[in-house]
Design a binder for this molecule. Structure first.
Ligand SMILES: C[S@@+](CC[C@H](N)C(=O)[O-])C[C@H]1O[C@@H](n2cnc3c(N)ncnc32)[C@H](O)[C@@H]1O
Length: 454
């Protein structure tokens, strides 16, 4: 068995099995590559009795590559008898890979399995015969399966009404919104904005009662306010495009020594509201600042060193990434653009390879909580194309708009405080020289905006 297992690396595998080194065996099985009908299956068959799940899974995976119809009974035995979920899934996948319509009855049986991954593999195997009436009938019933991923596949395969063709409006946005800042409450302003107008939104909302521009009567009222705004952001976002939300838990200091301070987990409380309105969760990016820039909470602990009294310095913020729900893949969004735009929007050279972005905070002479330009630049580059319309509903000092101008995108900003609007004007008029007056930054109040809405 040992010498036959890996014809491509016979000496290595001999060593591997002699040393009883599971890690190395897994690695070798992983690397087996293509196997043809003449491959001696005995060594792989013996590994089906191995006591390591991963080894048994990989043995099946490799057996499935051979494409021998007689192996169907081997795979069926494994599904019926093996206790490991991952091994059973691999065996169902093996049956599917044989692409033999005579196995459809057994795959139908696995559609009722209690492991959704087994059902998923059986579905994949059956979808090859999607035109077969029996297959269609059985699969369509899975539309009401409790597992959401199974439902998604079935909806996409059988009940998808949206066209996968191109959408000429996807890359365009209303000219009157381009490089426009509107002074007023975002909730009033967005009433005049049409559905699917913007390509990307990045924002840092007011933090619950942490600054003087953000006073709400209760946390509930605060969350309802954000919910109202983000529902509108959803409506005006183009299909399959992104929304990045920068927040972090905040602390409201205690009112006296006999009370505790209170921590509000803003990102975790907003998340379920966003999911409910249709945003699909994509990623959680952590913005890490130098510890020296964080408020020191260690002082007490430094003295007493007692358990339960530990308070870490908070030097991270969340940047949560969401996408507007769609059946279409991200590839569809990319394909809507001219090749030239895609080429020009590429992120060349170094890029953030992990979800921890180390960026120093920025301080502004007027606004107390501004985005660092570097953070906005990364978001714009990773999540939009040149010429896109990008939106910040809580513009503050307008950093996101500045980044948009620098990176050849158009901004749309809203801000309700006059002193910050003045700061934005100052910030943005210095950013770029406009020879063409058409898209020179406009600073409007809500009535002026309503007049230009088309
Ligand atoms: C955290 S700051 C944003 C700072 C911004 N990211 C920057 O780089 O300067 C939040 C901003 O939202 C604004 N704001 C709060 N409620 C608003 C509302 N209903 N409509 C528009 N702006 C609002 C506040 O005035 C504040 O400037």
């Amino acid at each position: 068995m040992e010498t036959e297992l890996l014809k491509k690396e016979p000496e290595r595998i001999q060593d591997v099995i002699r040393q009883n080194n599971v890690g190395a065996l897994v690695k070798s099985l992983d690397r087996l590559g293509r196997l043809d009908q003449n491959y001696d299956i005995k060594p792989l068959m013996n590994l089906l009795k191995h006591d390591n799940d991963k080894v048994r899974s990989l043995a099946i995976k490799n057996l499935a590559k051979i494409g021998n119809d007689n192996l169907a009974t081997v795979f069926i035995n494994v599904v019926e008898q093996d206790k490991s979920s991952s091994v059973r899934r691999e065996a169902v996948s093996g049956i599917g890979r044989l692409r033999n319509i005579s196995n459809k009855q057994i795959l139908f049986k696995y559609l009722n399995d209690s492991d959704p991954e087994v059902v998923m593999q059986a579905m994949r195997g059956l979808l090859v015969f999607k035109q077969d009436k029996d297959v269609q009938e059985k699969l369509k019933k899975l539309n009401s399966h409790p597992n959401e991923m199974i439902q998604d596949v079935i909806k996409k395969e059988f009940f998808n009404t949206s066209s996968s063709g191109s959408d000429p409006n996807h890359t365009v946005s209303p000219d009157f919104m381009k490089n426009t800042l509107v002074y007023g409450d975002v909730r009033d302003i967005l009433k005049s904005v049409k559905d699917e107008s913007v390509h990307l939104t990045f924002t840092s909302p007011p933090y619950y009662n942490a600054r003087d521009y953000s006073i709400y009567s209760s946390y509930k009222e605060y969350l309802e306010f954000l919910e109202e705004v983000f529902k509108e952001v959803y409506r005006i976002t183009k299909e399959g495009r992104f929304f990045l939300l920068n927040t972090s838990p905040i602390i409201i200091p205690r009112v006296g020594r006999q009370y505790s301070s209170k921590r509000y987990p803003i990102p975790y409380d907003i998340h379920p509201l966003l999911i409910k309105m249709g945003w699909e969760f994509i990623d959680d990016i952590v913005w890490e600042k130098p510890e020296a820039s964080a408020k020191n909470r260690n002082a007490g602990f430094l003295q007493h060193r007692k358990p339960l009294g530990y308070k870490p310095n908070v030097c991270t913020e969340c940047v949560m990434v969401y996408r507007k729900k769609t059946d279409k893949l991200i590839d569809w969004n990319i394909k809507q653009y001219d090749k030239k735009i895609v080429e020009e929007s590429k992120i060349n050279g170094d890029f953030e390879s992990s979800n921890v972005w180390k960026i120093d905070p920025t301080f502004d002479k007027t606004h107390s909580a501004v985005f660092p330009l570097e953070l906005c630049n990364k978001v714009i580059k990773f999540y939009s194309f040149k010429g896109d319309l990008v939106f910040d509903p809580f513009a503050g000092s307008g950093t996101f708009g500045k980044s948009a101008l620098n990176l050849d995108r158009f901004f749309f900003l809203t801000e309700k405080e006059k002193k910050y609007v003045d700061r934005i004007k100052e910030n943005l008029t210095q950013t770029k020289i406009f020879t063409d007056s058409k898209f020179r930054p406009k600073f409007l109040d809500i009535d002026e905006f309503k007049r230009i809405v088309k």
